[in-house]
Design a protein around this ligand. Structure first.
Ligand SMILES: C[S@@+](CC[C@H](N)C(=O)[O-])C[C@H]1O[C@@H](n2cnc3c(N)ncnc32)[C@H](O)[C@@H]1O
Length: 291
């Protein structure tokens, strides 16, 4: 899939647009049933913290295929939910699902949440599930999201804890590494674990102009599929790039190891790995120090 450059993004988000409005987003869109189910165990706490009311106007940043946007729209039955994302393919799925579910108070837009000109003070609550870690400039993005919030509005983010708290990434990458030492991404570069340090979460939100920042840890099983082969197909597609550089015996070993760890995590409830995340809430002050 060819990424579009029709969505204006901050230069810091060009690579994310290429990935999410390209092959990565297309893969997530094609496997929406899996990805929408993977983090189900976190959703009750995410929504409890967001405390959305019937009249709220909700912004879902990095909404992907829109499960949390649709759930927010159901709660805000006399309000609205707007889901924004970089991926046209994921947003197509989100729109189709919202229509199929008969939701009339939900809309989706393909924008860079870091720079999009949201109507000022047009939202009561912003949520973001495993998305804020991908912002090229996290402070700038959170300021921009803050401007979309009314004074006193809140942001609630779900972000991963470090890899040592996430069995899924440790086990899956160890298998696919096939004994190689894989390079670690530069500190602060956008990626799943960039907001894994709660002190960084607090600092970024405070710098952006939020107060009452509360970071709560939670551990829960992450769902990868109904059974081994199903989950194997998902993970091999998602993390298959890690096989690059391996010779044929190395690839075979990596894929055998991957299948073995997945089989070891098959349960009657599907393939489950341990995971840990932060659920962070913060209140938007009316004036950001960066305004
Ligand atoms: C890991 S996915 C999570 C999707 C969804 N929230 C979920 O829980 O399934 C991260 C999402 O963040 C989106 N994203 C990353 N950077 C973004 C940005 N600057 N503006 C809007 N969306 C962004 C990506 O396009 C992607 O869909």
């Amino acid at each position: 899939m060819t990424p579009t450059d029709s969505v204006p993004v901050d230069p810091a988000n060009t690579a994310q647009r290429s990935a999410w409005d390209g092959d990565e987003g297309a893969f997530w869109a094609a496997h929406a049933d899996h990805f929408e189910r993977a983090l189900t165990a976190y959703h009750p706490r995410l929504f409890e913290t967001a405390a959305i009311t019937t009249r709220d106007r909700v912004l879902d940043v990095g909404c992907g295929t829109g499960r949390t946007t649709r759930d927010a729209a159901r709660i805000a039955s006399a309000g609205s939910a707007l889901g924004v994302d970089l991926s046209s393919a994921m947003l197509d799925v989100a729109r189709r699902r919202a229509t199929a579910e008969g939701l009339t108070n939900v809309t989706f837009e393909q924008v860079d949440a870091q720079v999009h000109g949201f109507a000022p003070a047009s939202c009561d609550v912003a949520i973001g599930a495993t998305s804020a870690m991908f912002f090229g400039d996290r402070v700038a993005a959170l300021v921009n999201i803050g401007r979309a919030l009314r004074p006193g509005g809140r942001v609630v983010l779900l972000t991963w804890q470090p890899p040592h708290c996430n069995e899924w990434i440790r086990e899956l990458t160890t298998a696919l590494a096939a004994g190689r030492e894989l390079p670690t991404p530069p500190p602060g570069a956008p990626g799943p674990f960039t907001l894994a340090d709660p002190d960084v979460l607090r600092a970024v939100l405070t710098e952006a102009g939020y107060h009452r920042v509360e970071v709560e840890g939670m551990s829960a099983p992450m769902w990868f599929g109904h059974a081994t082969e199903d989950a194997f197909g998902l993970v091999a597609g998602l993390l298959g790039w890690m096989l690059e550089g391996l010779d044929p015996p190395g690839r075979a070993r990596a894929l055998d190891d991957l299948r073995a760890t997945i089989a070891a995590h098959e349960t009657p409830d599907g393939v489950l790995y341990g995971s840990g995340a932060w659920i962070t809430s913060a209140t938007w002050a009316s004036v950001s120090p960066l305004s």
